[in-house]
Design a protein around this ligand. Sequence first.
Ligand code: ADP
Length: 402
Amino acid sequence: MKVLVVNCGSSSVKYTLFEMDSEKKIAWGIVECIGLPEAYYKRQTSGSDEQKDSVKVTNHMEAAELIIKNLMAPETGSIKNIDEISVIGHRIVHGGDKFSKSVLVTEEVKDGLKECFSIAPLHTPGHYEGILAVEKMLSGIPSVLVFDTAFHQTIPDYAYMYALPYDLYEKDHIRKYGFHGTSHNYVSQRAAAMLGKPIEQTKIITCHLGNGSSLAAVEYGKVIDTSMGFTPLQGVVMGSRCGDIDPAVIPYLINMNKDYADPEALNVLMNKKSGLLGISGLSGDMRTIVKAVAAGNKKAKLAFEMLCYSVKKYISAYFGILNGADALVFTAGIGENSPSVREQICKNLSAVGIEMDVDKNNEPSSSERFVSTESSKVKIMIIPTNEELMIARESKRVLTNG
Ligand code: ADP
C-alpha cells in the first residue's frame, strides 16, 4: 500500500510518498515560493540524488500538477498509475474545536475546515487550497486530514481553559489547543518502545524544539498539558516568537505607540521579531546563536540562556503535574542537533531525577539514543521526529478502520 503525505502552506506544497509495508519513503520533495519569481521544485527519490529546478507555478493547483507529473514520469517516476496511491494524508495545523481526531475528507469536512480559517489564518487557507488541488489531480483517491491539535484533545478542561470570562470560550472558542501533536505522539510512542514498556504504563515529557517549540506532558499515552496555546505563540522562547509574556504588555503597547493599534503589527512583533532573534538582534537560528555565544556575544548568550531556562521551567512543572516521569525526550531541529542546548536545559535537575551523561550527549549521531547516566531515574532520550510517517500511519488507519 502506498500513502502520499501532503503538507500545504500558504506558498508551498511539501510531499512524501511512503510504501507502507516497509514504512519507507519512496519519493519526497517541496514546491516553494508559489506565485513568486523565485519559485523552485526540490525533490528526491530513494536511491537518487536531490534535484532542484526553478519553476513557474502561480498557485497550488499548478504545484500539485507538477508533483504528480514528476511522480508518474515514465523513466524516473515512482508510480505508473495514480491508483497505486491508496490514500492521501494532509497535515492540518489547527482543527479548532471542530476536529478532535483525523477524518476522511467529505464535502462536510471541507466546509468545517473553512470555518477554521479565522482561528489559523496563516495556515488553514493554504491547507484548503492544497486539498482542492490534490483532489483535482488525484480524483477518486480518498484523503484524510490529520490535525496537529488532535493529540492534545485529552488535556483536561482545567488545563486547557484560560481564566477569561466563560463566554469567550463558548462563543469565540478561546482555549488552549496545543500544536506539534503529531510529533509529540510519534516520539512518545518511540520513547515507550525504547523503555520497553507499553505506553499505557509510562509518563513522558516530550520537548519538540525547532524554530517553533513546544513541550507536552504525556501520561499513560495521553497528553495532560502542553506549552503552546490558542496559537503557537504561547509557551517557551522560540526562534522569533516571544512565548509567554504578561498579557498586559499588549494594551500597554497599544496605548504607548499608535503603530501597535494595528493587530497585525502586534502579531509581527511577537511572532516574527521576538524570541532568539529579538533578544540577540542577530538571528532566530540556533546555529548562529551558538556560534555567537562561543565568540563572546553577550546578547546571544542571554537569548540562549532565556530559551533554555524557559524549557527547564516547563520540564519542572510537567514533572510536578505528572508526579514524576520515566523519560525526557528531545526532538526536532534544536532538540536533535544541539548538545549545548540539551546540556544547559538538563543542568541542575538532579532533584527531579534528571541526570545527563554529558559525553553521550556530545556524541554526534542521528539515531534514537539515551543520553542519561546509568543512575538517572528519568531516562533522557534523543528521538528524531517523523511527523510524515505518523500522518501516513494515521491515514492508513482511518482508511482501513473508518
Ligand atoms: P521547524 O520548526 O521550522 O520545523 P526545525 O525543527 O527544522 O524547525 O528546527 C530548526 C532549528 O534547529 C533552527 O533553530 C536551527 O538552527 C536548529 N538546528 C538545526 N541543526 C542544528 C545544530 N546542529 N545545532 C544547533 N541548532 C540546530
